[in-house]
Ligand binder design. Structure first.
Ligand code: SAM
Length: 273
């Protein structure tokens, strides 16, 4: 099934305008990822398919399109240095600062199938230990893709996927499912994470400003202007003294946004702003 330039352009504009996803010069990737799905559902070409997507008022076809074209690749312990930095530097500071309110607002903005927010939740449990129940450290985890969110809510992972976790975490926060090859995150830990669908291009609906934001390995999809606008919104929704973590291969332009760089992928909103 060949994709004409006009068909590609239609999909490109659709994704760019609604999701900030920039597939410029990625025609082969786009056609490669959609072709089998389109064939299996019986559409004759990309035009017919896009007509169906645009006319589907349930939004299901649109969600599927986004799922097919974004990469949800993630894994436990990814860029572990960030979690280590949180434990050593960020949490001791925030614990002292918020000692009266005992409330930390943590947002994971591209949570995929849940590994990243569950890592954060395990870290919070470990860090606060016996004091944990006195604190509200619920993690808000959002993603555009409903498919990955479904997996994340269930918290079921194949044995190989949890292999790299420390044994203490595996024992404490995972239960082996009957059949053997899969593990589920305990209910206790699942209750520490609130999963919601959210498109980062939409106005932020949060009522409270964030102390910790993880926005890792998602800006790769966005062009410079979209990224800049997103980082500005994130900045505005952070508490002074709050920390932003981005992927270690990503960058942000601090020209217009006064984040303090702590490390190349760790930023802090200055106090007194
Ligand atoms: C490569 S994964 C990164 C997962 C995790 N943060 C990590 O670093 O391992 C990128 C995620 O971004 C999500 N995503 C892409 N565009 C998005 C958007 N406009 N709004 C919200 N999430 C988006 C994808 O669905 C995908 O799950």
């Amino acid at each position: 099934m060949t994709m004409t330039d006009a068909e590609f352009y239609r999909i490109y504009v659709f994704l760019k305008s609604r999701y900030g996803i920039d597939m410029d010069r990625k025609k082969e990737i786009v056609s490669g990822r959609l072709e089998n799905y389109i064939r299996s559902k019986g559409w004759k070409n990309y035009t017919e398919y896009m007509n169906a997507v645009e006319q589907d008022h349930t939004g299901e076809l649109e969600k599927k399109l986004v799922s097919l074209l974004t990469t949800n690749h993630t894994f436990f312990m990814r860029e572990f240095e960030h979690f280590d930095f949180l434990r050593r530097e960020v949490l001791p500071q925030l614990k002292q600062k918020e000692a009266a309110a005992k409330d930390l607002n943590i947002w994971c903005g591209a949570s995929s199938s849940g590994e990243e927010p569950y890592m954060l939740a395990m870290l919070m449990m470990d860090f606060f230990g016996l004091e944990h129940d006195a604190w509200d450290t619920t993690i808000l985890a959002t993603d555009i893709s409903t498919e990955v969110l479904k997996q994340a809510v269930q918290g079921v992972y194949a044995a190989e996927r949890i292999e790299t976790l420390p044994d203490t975490w595996k024992r404490r926060y995972f239960r082996r499912l009957s059949g053997g090859g899969q593990y589920q995150v305990t209910e206790e830990l699942r209750n520490e994470v609130l999963f919601r669908q959210f498109n980062l291009m939409d106005p932020f609906p949060f009522r409270r400003k964030m102390h910790i934001v993880f926005l890792r390995n998602v800006m790769i999809y966005f062009d410079a202007a979209t990224k800049q606008e997103l980082i500005r919104k994130v900045y505005d929704f952070m508490k002074p003294g709050g920390y932003l973590f981005i992927g270690r291969t990503e960058t942000i332009d601090r020209g217009k946004i006064p984040f303090e760089m702590i490390q190349p992928s760790i930023f802090r909103k200055k106090e007194g702003i």
